[in-house]
Each structure stands twice: as C-alpha cells, then as structure tokens.
Design a protein around this ligand. Structure first.
Ligand code: RTP
Ligand code: MG
Length: 153
C-alpha cells in the first residue's frame, strides 16, 4: 500500500479569475483527498522565483513568473494515499492541449501558459515538502480526521 503523504496544490491566477476554485477543490474532495491547509493569496516576485526556481534560465521563466504573480491564487495542502502522484494524474499533462478529457487541465484549459492548477511533481522528490514550506507555516496546517476515513482506507 502506498504511503499517505502531503502535496502542495494551487489554483493558478487563471483558475481563480474563471471561478474554478470550487471545481478544483470539489474534485479533490470527491476523490477522497483531505485538505489540511488553504490560503487565498497573492504571490510576490521572490516567492514566484523560489517556487519555480527549477525553471530559472529557461525561455519561459520570466513569463511564468509574470503570470503566477498576475492575480490571486488559492494555495492548498492536500493529504492522502499516494496523494502527490494522484493529484498529478487528476491534473493531466503540463499542456492542456495534450491532457485527456476528464483531467482538470483537459477539461478546463487550452493553452500551455494558462493551465489552471499546480501540483507538486512526484518525479521531483522532496518538491512537495519544499513547496509546502515555501507557502505555509507549520501552524497553518491542520491535522484532522475525516468522518468517513475508515471507508476510504
Ligand atoms: P506546474 O509546475 O505549473 O504545476 O506545471 P508542470 O509541473 O506541469 O510543468 P513544469 O514543467 O513544472 O512547467 C511549469 C509551467 O511552465 C509553463 N511551461 N511553459 N513554453 C514552454 O515550453 C513551457 N513549459 C512549461 C507551463 O505553464 C507550466 O505549468
Ligand atoms: Mg512543475
């Protein structure tokens, strides 16, 4: 059985502007994942450059930082069995045009630079802890029991 783990998820500025926060939260709740942190916020330049540090120097980096700081985001931490990989599967591919219908990007996006959601990358080990730490203090995360957890696990 895969471990229970935490992943960092964010509704990006395009998703917020399009009223998709509830849609994204609802899908993750329906799957059985548990929100343990949530924050509606505006990302500043420093945080954006830290968060996307792995892409520094790439041709799309500046545009990516401009986009992610262009409006409010809804930053979250979600917990569950195999949560990092399962959220990525629910997101679809980086490019919405290549994402299968049924995925969040495949259902709500058309353009690579406007792909609605971010989730920590399961292929980049430790990125979940790093991103959670960038966006949340320890005391902003809530340990709680889902009422129906015994029916999930
Ligand atoms: P994210 O980090 O935003 O959740 O997206 P991701 O893991 O699926 O993709 P990643 O490779 O980390 O890229 C971060 C964001 O940069 C934009 N991008 N543009 N023009 C390009 O070739 C290109 N490649 C990536 C995308 O908006 C992607 O979400
Ligand atoms: Mg990424």
């Amino acid at each position: 059985m895969a471990d229970r783990e935490r992943t960092f998820v964010m509704v990006k500025p395009d998703g917020v502007q399009r009223g998709l926060i509830g849609e994204v939260v609802g899908r993750l709740e329906d799957r059985g994942l548990k929100m343990v942190g949530g924050k509606f916020m505006q990302i500043d330049q420093d945080l954006a450059e830290d968060h996307y540090g792995e892409h520094e120097g790439k041709p799309f980096f500046e545009g990516l930082v401009d986009f992610i700081t262009s409006g409010p985001v809804f930053a979250m931490v979600w917990e569950g069995q195999d949560a990092i990989r399962q959220v990525r599967r629910m997101m679809g591919e980086t490019d919405p045009a290549e994402s299968a219908p049924g995925t969040i990007r495949g259902d709500f996006g058309l353009d690579l630079g406007r792909n609605v959601i971010h989730g920590s990358d399961h292929e980049d080990e430790g990125s979940n802890e790093r991103e959670i730490g960038l966006f949340f203090d320890e005391d902003e995360l809530v340990d709680w029991e889902q009422a129906d957890e015994t029916w999930l696990y």
